[in-house]
Design a protein around this ligand. Sequence first.
Ligand code: PEP
Length: 247
Amino acid sequence: MRKRIIAGNWKMNMTPSQAVALAKELVPLVAGAEADVVFCVPAIDIVPVAEVLKGTNVGLGAQNMYFEDKGAFTGEISAPMLLDAGVQYVILGHSERRGYFGEDDVLLNKKVKKALAAGLTPILCCGESLEQRELGVTLDFIRLQLKSDLAGLSAEEAARVVIAYEPIWAIGTGKTATSDQAQEVCGAIRALICELYGEETAEAVRIQYGGSMNGGNAAELLSKPDIDGGLIGGASLKTEFAQVVKA
Ligand code: PEP
């Protein structure tokens, strides 16, 4: 049985003091959850939020990371820095990073490998645009993204990656994929992992859906066999996040 994982992506929201207040508000609401619960906070909020999460059931995630350990990479944050600050998870390849900051699959492959080597759990995002869905190339596109991002990983490493299927057209738009649409892609992702790494790895890998998931639609999406959790944007900044965790 795969343990479910619900992660909040706070994006570029919450100053350090606001982040501490939000974490303190949410922690008691998700205490005792059966799923793994993670807050992926802005870089500047990591240290103060880590203090709040100490001794709780909530894991701490970053939203990005560079693949080098240290050096002349102004503005970047490394895996050893994240680990030392108490981070366990890192979102990689969110569509906002791919779209606004030009991150490509070659770079993401290096980041995934570094995160795994360092002992962090990558939450690797993939997903098609509306144009790609309308052209009927969704599955081809996602296969290409994942084959590139996971290239060179061992089966044991691949099993530790959390894959987040996030159709770009559903992110922050209020338009959720139907549970059947989400299941179709998440099922295809598991089939790809099986093709690349075998049955055991495919059964172990956790696949999230993300894209306007909220307290009202989470139960239906999470009822699908290949959807093991959610990556939540907007609803992770409110007490509604606890309803998703409950679902
Ligand atoms: C996200 O940014 O990963 C996301 C899924 O956002 P939202 O839930 O707001 O669509």
